[in-house]
Design a protein around this ligand. Structure first.
Ligand code: DX5
Ligand code: ZN
Length: 220
């Protein structure tokens, strides 16, 4: 799988439906939803109500739900009702990650784990066989429009090597500072899902999406 997942964090919230429609017409199949609680990260963003509304109005979009919240267990039921493609929680926010992965799966939703830039891949050793997706943060979470942190590429490489060596089934997602300049390199390192906020939503969103999607699909 090689897919772009535009992050609505950088969308114009007064025109969210319109912007999603434009992108869906261009072939967008994933949409990334950043849920922030003002505790795990300094920012406060979107909750289950908005997520539900997107799910109802765009039933064919795969909702890529990124929880940047403390005590994520408390909100799994609410987000699972939006019928998302996957829910990621942060390893740094949960003491009982194995339990939470299994709980998300018990709701019929794929379970994903996310790690901050400074969290080593080695801490995921026992989760990698059971998760469906690993979301590598390539910026410190909380805000859109930040610069890609180069050393996170080593973590992507490592996750790709472990996946090959062990035959695990997780996909690798990268989130933060992804743009048309670095997306090809990230794809070559083994990434499958590319979260892009400001590089899609700032300026001409259709042109931005097309350009990045074409690089990803090898048409440019
Ligand atoms: C940051 C979020 C990202 C954010 C990425 O905490 O998790 O999904 O939207 O934004 P860009 O692509 O602008 O770095
Ligand atoms: Zn995100």
């Amino acid at each position: 799988m090689k897919e772009l997942a535009p992050s609505i964090l950088s969308a114009d919230f007064c025109k969210l439906g319109e912007q999603l429609s434009f992108l869906e017409k261009e072939g967008m199949s994933f949409v990334h939803i950043d849920v922030m609680d003002g505790h795990f990260v300094p920012n406060i963003t979107i909750g289950p109500l908005v997520c539900n509304s997107i799910a109802k109005n765009f039933p064919h979009l795969k909702l890529d739900v990124h929880l940047m919240i403390e005590e994520p267990m408390r909100y799994i039921d609410a987000f699972a009702q939006c019928n998302p493609y996957i829910i990621y929680f942060h390893l740094e926010a949960e003491n009982h990650a194995d339990r939470l992965v299994n709980y998300i799966k018990s709701k019929g939703v794929k379970a994903g784990i996310s790690i901050n830039p400074s969290t080593p891949v080695s801490l995921l050793e026992h989760l990698l066989p059971i998760v469906d997706g690993v979301l590598v943060m390539s910026v410190n979470p909380g805000f859109g429009g930040q610069k890609f942190i180069p050393y996170t590429k080593n973590k992507i490489k490592l996750l790709n090597n472990i996946r090959k060596a062990q035959g695990y089934g997780y996909f690798i997602a990268v989130d933060g500072g992804v743009n048309k300049e670095n997306i090809k390199e990230l794809s070559d390192l083994g990434c499958n899902l590319f979260v892009a906020g400001s590089s899609v939503f700032k300026g001409d969103i259709v042109k931005n999406f097309k350009e990045m999607n074409n690089i990803l699909k090898g048409k440019l």
